[in-house]
Write a protein that binds this ligand. Structure first.
Ligand SMILES: Cc1cc2nc3c(=O)[nH]c(=O)nc-3n(C[C@H](O)[C@H](O)[C@H](O)COP(=O)(O)OP(=O)(O)OC[C@H]3O[C@@H](n4cnc5c(N)ncnc54)[C@H](O)[C@@H]3O)c2cc1C
Length: 401
């Protein structure tokens, strides 16, 4: 009887291995998922709308947390490689108000490896891509529509005319997921916050005064419901986010000509007129590339009725404001939990249900915290609010040892 059961189980697993899995989106979440599946001998294909260069060029630095992003890298077999390129000094933090008054300064010169080292998004995607069998990712495939079939399969349509029918499709296609509407009517909402992204190229060599103020990690200046958020990237540039509470259409109606960077920068300086001169240097020193962004979020605690042959991960499942630095970590954790669930369950439906339950449990509280964090940052005295929050967290979580 046991032999017979084993035979049936083996047969089921073999069938499972022959099933087709498509992942829409080759961001950190989709790449991590494909990689962990690859390690377990499960075939999948990523359809990514961009090209390899566009994936690499999505800049910014990300801190990978030990219990989520790093855990997923371990499952992908890349933790050691990550440790070699991670920037532990990138965890340094300077928190000031508009006068430059310091509310918090964290500098670790001990050489100790902290729990949240930084990596540029470009370097992270490169690390994941280099380990992935190139057959498992197709670039230049923009997904436009998924049509559910009676047997739980999905027919996937792409802008270039390609059609594929798969047993399981996973939406890892970010904030504006085209797959999400097949599972829920919920859509992203504007968070009330808009950003202007600036870059200071080669800050390390060209602007030593600002570099010495900024330090090796992040600088956060908060006052009057506004912020200047800056991060030193691994390539020596400082990425800057001017952040404001603003109406949804502010980025379109503010009249600031971002295609004329010198004029636009003068206008941005006016928005920070009474801020410290060193803080205004983050605008003065910026290059010509200016990008405006609205910050969106999905309803906190979003769930959906589990359906055969389809699920979501990362921003597609739980887009949240970026002020807890959880987005990429959760996308990678989702990828790991989903991949292992697919490995452990013979039945896709069960695997998806189990993954979704766990994902809701760990992501909802973090979405709530990220929303609270946005409110704390963009307060009359955001620097004080954030500093108090750090102190509160420290009291609640006494250091180990
Ligand atoms: C300004 C800003 C700062 C941030 N800072 C941090 C931070 O410090 N720390 C942090 O953890 N997170 C941060 N985040 C959030 C983080 O970037 C995201 O949470 C994370 O990238 C989500 O990963 P993902 O794989 O789910 O989606 P994404 O990274 O968005 O990847 C989605 C992929 O899907 C592709 N795609 C989209 N639509 C289609 C389609 N129709 N067909 C095919 N492919 C498609 C895209 O090209 C992309 O490659 C920040 C976000 C913003 C906006």
């Amino acid at each position: 009887m046991t032999n017979q059961m084993n035979q049936i189980n083996n047969l089921t697993s073999d069938l499972q291995k022959n099933k087709r899995i498509a992942i829409i989106g080759g961001g950190p979440g989709g790449l991590t998922l494909a990689l962990i599946l690859q390690r377990h001998g499960i075939d999948s294909v990523i359809y990514e709308r961009g090209f390899v260069e566009s994936i690499a060029n999505q800049g910014g630095t990300l801190d990978l947390h030990k219990d989520s992003g790093q855990l997923a890298l371990k499952e992908a077999g890349l933790l050691e490689a990550f440790h070699k390129i991670a920037r532990y000094e990138g965890e340094d933090l300077l928190l000031v108000d508009k006068y430059g008054t310091v509310y918090r300064k964290e500098v670790d010169d001990t050489g100790r490896e902290g729990e949240r080292p930084e990596i540029d998004r470009e370097a992270l995607c490169e690390l994941l891509l280099n380990a992935l069998d190139p057959q498992r990712i197709r670039f230049g495939y923009k997904f436009i529509e998924g049509i559910p079939q009676e047997d739980g399969k999905h027919e996937l349509h792409f802008e270039n005319g390609h059609v594929d029918t798969v047993d399981l499709v996973i939406g890892a296609d970010g904030a504006f997921s085209k797959l999400r509407p097949l599972l829920t009517d919920a859509s992203v909402e504007y968070s009330g916050l808009s950003m202007v992204e600036l870059n200071i190229e080669d800050a390390v060599n060209q602007h030593p005064d600002l570099l010495s103020f900024n330090g090796r990690g992040s600088m956060i200046a908060l006052s009057d419901n506004k912020g200047i958020l800056a991060q030193l990237n691994g390539n020596g540039q400082i990425r800057v986010y001017l952040s404001f509470r603003a109406d949804r259409d502010w980025v379109d109606t503010n009249g600031i000509p971002i295609d004329k960077p010198q004029v636009a920068k003068q206008e941005f300086l006016k928005l920070y007129d009474d801020w410290d001169e060193m803080l205004k240097n983050y605008i003065r020193y910026a290059g010509d590339r200016i990008v405006t962004r609205r910050i969106y979020m999905l309803p906190i605690g979003l769930t959906w009725k589990s359906r055969k042959g389809i699920t979501l991960l990362g921003d597609a499942a739980h887009l949240m404001s970026p002020f807890m630095g959880e987005g990429v970590n959760l996308a990678m954790l989702d990828a790991s939990v989903l991949a292992l669930s697919l490995v452990q369950h013979d039945d896709f439906e069960e695997a998806i249900r189990s993954y979704e339950q766990r994902m809701y449990e760990y992501s909802s509280p973090l979405a709530e915290m990220s929303d609270d964090s946005l409110k704390r940052f963009f307060d009359d005295n955001g620097a004080l609010q954030v500093s108090n929050w750090f102190k509160q967290m420290e009291q609640e979580q006494p250091e180990e040892g």
